[in-house]
Design a protein around this ligand. Structure first.
Ligand SMILES: [Zn+2]
Length: 318
């Protein structure tokens, strides 16, 4: 009894152990099967993952190259933007005012030139004007920009100025131009086309004009023969103005848009005839240019040999 009981006692734990072993075996088999499946799954996942990684890295490469392309295109567009429009034009609430300075010759006056002394500005004085305008932050307009400012009532900068020279003297090339180039500013010279055609001494040549034009200078009209337009017939005025334009358009490959009336003289016929060839005309009437002057009779500020940089700034800043 005792033994049986003992056996019974012993058998019971053995059964449990066997069952546990069986469970362990089943679990092991399940584990192995699952692990094998998992391994296979893992392998397939790895395969998919690596395939995906490859695809995504390729996509990334493509994206990268797209990004660099778009960056490059951005750079290109910003570069072309910069070269086309360096500045932002801002609409103005008050009518735009364009100080149009009038110079003629820039050189050291010879005693023999006393009769035209008022038209000659010393190079040192001229440089002091340019330096001061640059220091004060003035933007130097081209004729096209002056036209835009006056017709659209917008400005490329807070302070603007349009430098004009009349008569196409050679010293514009030999003296004024190097000074303006030094400061990186631009100006307009109104040339007498008949004098250019004749190859008159001390007058600008086409080659000089082309060279300066490539560096920002502009050449506009001052008629063919520099007559007093107010004393001429309407037809004569028309040919003086239109022939000068045709000459400059052809020789300088441009659309000449502006004229300076010789000695600032004009009449009602002049205004009518100028309209068929030009968009802008400047006079010698003293004042700051405004659209209300009429685009074909704009005021200018005469620069005298005695005009100091202070005089200039106080005149144009009012
Ligand atoms: Zn003149």
């Amino acid at each position: 009894m005792e033994k049986r009981r003992q056996d019974k006692k012993h058998r019971h734990p053995l059964v449990i152990v066997n069952i546990m072993l069986l469970f362990a075996c089943i679990l092991a088999v399940i584990f192995l099967v699952v692990t094998a499946k998992q391994k296979h799954f893992d392998l397939s996942i790895k395969g998919i993952q690596s395939a995906l990684q490859q695809t995504s890295s390729e996509q990334a490469k493509t994206k990268k190259s797209t990004t660099s392309t778009s960056k490059e295109s951005q750079q290109t567009s910003s570069a072309s933007h910069a070269s086309k429009t360096k500045t932002t034009w801002t609409k103005q609430t008050d009518p735009v005012k364009v100080p149009i300075l009038m110079y003629h010759a820039i050189h050291v006056m010879d005693a023999s030139e006393s009769a035209s002394a008022n038209l000659i500005v010393d190079p040192t004085t001229f440089e002091s004007h340019i330096k001061r305008l640059v220091d004060e932050g003035y933007y130097f307009l081209s004729p096209e920009e002056a036209y835009r400012a006056l017709t659209k009532n917008e400005l490329p900068a807070k302070k603007v100025v349009w430098l004009t020279f009349d008569d196409g003297n050679e010293d514009f090339y030999t003296i004024a131009y190097p000074i303006m180039k030094k400061y990186g500013v631009k100006a307009t010279n109104n040339v007498i086309t008949g004098f250019v055609q004749e190859g008159r001494n001390s007058n600008l040549t086409i080659d000089q004009m082309l060279e300066m034009k490539a560096n920002g200078m502009s050449f506009q009209s001052h008629t063919v023969n520099h007559p007093d337009l107010s004393t001429k017939s309407a037809d004569s005025q028309a040919s003086e103005m239109s022939e000068a334009k045709s000459f400059l358009d052809e020789k300088l490959s441009q659309d000449t848009i502006a004229i300076a009336y010789p000695s600032g003289r004009y009449n009602s016929d002049t205004l009518t005839q100028a309209a068929s060839s030009y968009k802008l005309a400047v006079t010698t009437n003293e004042g700051i240019g405004e659209a209300s002057d009429g685009l074909l009779s704009l005021d200018r500020i005469r620069i005298l040999p005695t005009t100091t940089a202070d005089d200039l700034i106080s005149t144009i800043s009012n």
